[in-house]
Design a protein around this ligand. Structure first.
Ligand SMILES: C[S@@+](CC[C@H](N)C(=O)[O-])C[C@H]1O[C@@H](n2cnc3c(N)ncnc32)[C@H](O)[C@@H]1O
Length: 482
């Protein structure tokens, strides 16, 4: 044990193994030594018989939990950590082991409770604080996580992991400048770590410092997502050739990424066939936390406000059952709620739906793709709405046909588009969004059986400070078939 404490691991291990052969129980210090060296599988072999024979052995339970979790066996790790917590309630090491095992299984509530309990007996314990902050972040409590990570970097300014986590939370909250400052601190602490360099490059890209980002991308080795981001930034600056190169590089690294495929198609001018569900889900799962602050506050997105006024102006006010296609975080639901209306929502992104659920204006919320949902349900509504959704879908004809079926006779279909004044459908490389030509949509709506088609041209939102031209379109399913 003296050798072990002195860091002479090899000699200490030989000594422990001699003891073991002589029948001396050294399972706990030997497993601790193995754990220190990352030899988790061997630690498990030492600890399992002890934990089975002595279920009251606290150290065996804690160490076994740590070894199992690091071996990827989170469920069994959690069982042993719970047992350790029952043996010594509030013990910091047991609480930490339980919290970490729960985190590994996405049991974020249990993890948070465990870290809180540990901090009661060991206030200010930095690892517990750090893990607690991660649980808060995973639970989507980003403001609380931000405050927690900020506290940690104050007391432990040399803790790389905390700076990196802080930067991630700041970025998710749209705090571009502070996220870059955190990434800068992380880079100072680990100037050669490729992941840290990549995170720094991303923070530079988000701050609009595209040219500076390239060298850190190269040094960090890059990955598909980051090269794509770089390509998009170049496109925004009008450097189409550079963007091509960057996106091809992204494609070489991650040919299966739906995000990369989408922008590659946009640049090449080819329209992707079908609905790109994986791309959309990924995009909005990632965007959910800052969707409303970005779109409404920074980009002046106004469709949810404008659309009910448009309906009223067109004399469409008598509707009770509403289906909100691509409901997102529920901005449209809030505007349409009240007066006994029942609103159902559909969206591909679970995280957007989670925000919508909190608004408590929807009757049912479905995690589904719009077309698949319309084609599978037998339900009918008086009004079907799609606000800023068809900017993510190229081919709309099948959706129009399905929406017609799901409207009660006399019911209305209203949606917004970004307007193309050229081709029927355009995929804009800078934004990755589709533009549709209203005349072509009118023809498609008529073909689907709609009548009374009306259109109002509006500014959908701003893009890089410039207004984006769009239209609201309204159509009606006839009361009876002609
Ligand atoms: C820009 S947001 C608009 C959200 C909301 N309608 C509003 O006006 O605030 C677009 C939403 O449509 C969803 N979406 C896009 N295409 C979809 C599809 N094919 N099926 C289901 N949801 C889709 C996205 O997940 C995202 O939440």
């Amino acid at each position: 044990m003296a050798l072990h404490r002195a860091g002479k691991f090899e000699e200490a291990e030989a000594g422990y193994r001699d003891c073991k052969r002589s029948g001396i129980d050294v399972a706990i210090p030997l497993s601790a030594l193995l754990l220190q060296q990352g030899r988790n599988a061997e630690a498990i072999i030492e600890l399992e018989p002890v934990a089975a024979a002595q279920p009251e052995n606290f150290s065996a339970a804690v160490n076994l939990s740590i070894a199992l979790r690091q071996q990827g066996e989170a469920e069994r790790a959690l069982d042993h950590a719970r047992r350790a917590c029952a043996l010594r309630p509030g013990d910091a090491s047991a609480c930490n082991a339980r919290g970490l095992a729960a985190l590994a299984m996405e049991g974020n509530e249990e993890a948070l409770a465990a870290f809180d309990a540990g901090l009661k007996s060991a206030p200010g314990n930095v690892p517990l604080e750090l893990h607690r902050a991660k649980a808060l972040r995973n639970l989507g409590r980003l403001r609380d996580a931000l405050a927690a990570f900020e506290r940690i970097v104050k007391v432990a300014p040399g803790m790389l992991e905390a700076w990196r986590d802080l930067g991630v939370v700041q970025a998710r909250l749209g705090m571009v400048g502070p996220a870059l400052a955190s990434a800068t601190q992380a880079r100072k602490l680990a100037p050669d770590d490729s992941e840290v360099l990549l995170e720094y490059a991303v923070a530079l890209l988000r701050s609009g410092r595209t040219a500076e980002a390239e060298q850190f991308l190269e040094r960090g080795g890059g990955n598909g997502g980051v090269w794509l981001m770089f390509g998009q930034a170049l496109l925004r600056e009008g450097n189409v050739q550079g963007a091509h190169k960057a996106i091809e590089r992204a494609y070489a690294l991650e040919p299966g990424s739906p995000h990369v495929q989408h922008f590659r198609a946009a640049l090449s001018g080819e329209l992707p066939e079908g609905i790109e569900s994986d791309y959309i889900r990924g995009l909005f799962d990632d965007f959910a936390d800052r969707f409303e602050s970005t779109l409404v506050n920074s980009l002046g997105y106004g469709v949810p406000n404008r659309l009910p006024v448009f309906l009223a102006e067109q004399g469409v006010e008598a509707f009770t059952d509403i289906l909100d296609l691509g409901c997102g975080t529920g901005l449209m639901g809030v505007e349409l709620a009240g007066g006994g209306r029942r609103i159902d929502g559909v969206d591909l992104s679970e995280r957007m739906l989670a925000v919508a659920r909190e608004k408590k204006v929807y009757r049912d919320l479905h995690a589904a793709e719009v077309l698949a949902f319309l084609q599978a349900t037998q339900q009918q509504w008086d009004l079907i709405v799609a606000a800023d959704v068809f900017v993510y879908i190229g081919a709309l004809k099948s959706i129009f046909a399905a929406a017609w079926q799901r409207l009660r006779p006399g019911g209305h279909f209203v949606f917004s588009i970004e307007r193309s004044d050229g081709a029927e459908t355009q995929l804009v490389a800078e934004t990755g969004r589709y533009r549709h030509q209203p005349q072509a949509l009118c023809a498609a709506l008529e073909e689907a059986g709609f009548i009374g088609i009306r259109q109002e041209d509006i500014v959908i939102r701003k893009e890089s400070g410039h207004p984006v031209a769009g239209s609201l379109m309204l159509a009606q399913r006839p009361l009876r078939l002609a």
